[in-house]
Design a protein around this ligand. Structure first.
Ligand SMILES: [Zn+2]
Ligand SMILES: [Zn+2]
Length: 242
């Protein structure tokens, strides 16, 4: 009987390993817990972004003032933004693997770390729904999954707050934003998102989730659509900021 069971078990384990590899995805060292994707040593290399930060955009500040120099004059549709961790070498490597190396489990792991980091943040009120920033269907097919949806699931694992998928729809595949100025980024994503299941977000306090906050253009565009769809408030949560 074991002869027949073993290949099955191996197949099951292989599938599981894609999601939760048994060794650290950064240094290949042993990991202490099944649901971790990195070892304790590498985990200690992930550094939180500590207060103070800008109440509008989440930019870390040297002194506790209400807003960073860039925010006056900007229109943000989200009520606040917070990024969990400094975008240092180990985190860059993790996010790269999450996006380009078929490691969705990293998203879930980082999402649960982010949830623990944000818990008890005074600027963050009671969130009632977690909404991932959607990928265009073509890009999602290429990648096999939406990394932000996995981060959102990690947040939900840690908090029990439901993830609302298909609430936002990305109707246009935008060119990559990396080389664009902040203004060009804003117009690049204008009209790109639409609300799908409008009734799901009515009166909700939404945590909008993405991997990296850069200028806030994508978050802003999504937040605007969510408010139009009836969400009460929107907060932008990201793993890191670049
Ligand atoms: Zn490691
Ligand atoms: Zn700011």
């Amino acid at each position: 009987m074991t002869v027949f069971l073993d290949p099955l078990r191996t197949a099951g384990r292989t599938a599981l390993d894609l999601v939760y590899p048994p060794c650290c995805v950064l240094c290949r060292g042993r990991i202490s817990h099944d649901r971790m994707v990195i070892c304790d040593d590498c985990r200690s290399g992930l550094l939180p972004i500590d207060a103070p930060y800008c109440e509008r955009c989440g930019q870390p500040l040297d002194a506790p003032v209400a807003s960073c120099p860039a925010c006056p004059g900007r229109t943000f549709y989200f009520d606040g933004a917070l990024s969990g961790f400094q975008f240092n070498r180990p985190l860059q490597d993790l996010i790269h693997q999450l996006k380009y190396r078929n490691r969705p489990g990293i998203g879930r792991f980082l999402g649960s770390l982010l949830a623990k980091r944000v818990e008890g943040e005074p600027g963050f009120p009671h969130i009632t729904a977690v909404v991932p920033v959607p990928l265009h269907p073509l890009r999602k097919r290429e990648r096999g999954y939406n990394q932000s949806a996995h981060i959102a699931r990690g947040i939900s694992d840690a908090t029990g707050i439901p993830v609302l998928e298909n609430v936002l729809v990305r109707n246009r595949n935008t060119p990559t934003q990396t080389s664009l100025s902040p203004d060009a980024r804003m117009s690049n994503v204008e009209g790109v998102f639409e609300a799908g299941r409008v009734e799901a977000v009515r009166d909700a306090t939404v945590s909008l989730v993405d991997d990296i906050f850069t200028t806030g253009a994508t978050m802003n565009s999504c937040a605007r659509v969510l408010l139009k769809a009836g969400a009460k408030r929107v907060f932008a949560l990201t793993i890191a900021r670049a």
